[in-house]
Write a protein that binds this ligand. Structure first.
Ligand code: GDP
Ligand code: MG
Length: 163
């Protein structure tokens, strides 16, 4: 069985954009409205020679829970339980939000390996978020720009190393 890599995080941080980049084809549709990605959520990807099953957790709109953190959790629970590695994405431009903090706390309790990703960090953007992100207790964030294709080779290498 291929290792399972799950992309998680709140709506609009760029999960589907990252999924597309890692898959290398335009397989998921990116929507400007948070949480409305209705698309392919699973694909195989080859990351630095390592084949993986990549899962984009979306479907927040379908999960019944009142808080954003609760819905993030509900939509990710099953995928995270089976993950060999979780790519937890935050938005380096928006900074860390309470929903990120709650989800991170829950994620730490799941005991699955997590790679923290600060997306939207093109140029020098979002450098101020790095410290905040580190405080989530999930290690040092890896800065990438899924949209501009920055930091992705390093990310793929890091994923392959962790599997
Ligand atoms: P998701 O809801 O987490 O799946 O996020 P999406 O992949 O749908 O992206 C949400 C929005 O963020 C879209 O408008 C994307 O174009 C934008 N976005 C994604 N990655 C980046 C990035 O690296 N930099 C910037 N500036 N915007 C990005
Ligand atoms: Mg999406």
């Amino acid at each position: 069985d291929l290792p399972v890599v799950v992309i998680a995080g709140r709506p609009n941080v760029g999960k589907s954009t990252l999924f597309n980049r890692l898959v290398g084809r335009r397989q998921a549709l990116v929507a400007d409205t948070p949480g409305v990605t209705r698309d392919r959520k699973e694909a195989q990807a080859t990351l630095r020679g390592r084949r993986v099953r990549l899962i984009d957790t979306a479907g927040l709109e379908e999960a019944a829970a009142e808080s954003l953190a609760g819905r993030m959790r509900a939509s990710s629970e099953l995928a995270v339980a089976h993950a060999d590695l979780v790519l937890f994405c935050v938005d380096a431009r928006a900074g860390i939000t309470p929903a990120d903090e709650h989800f991170a706390a829950w994620l730490r309790r799941q005991g699955r390996p997590v790679l923290l990703i600060a997306n939207k960090a093109e140029g020098r953007g979002g450098a101020a978020t790095a410290l905040e992100a580190y405080a989530l207790g999930l290690g040092s964030p890896l800065a990438v720009s899924a949209e501009h294709g920055e930091g992705l080779a390093d990310l793929m290498g890091e994923i392959a190393d962790r599997l």
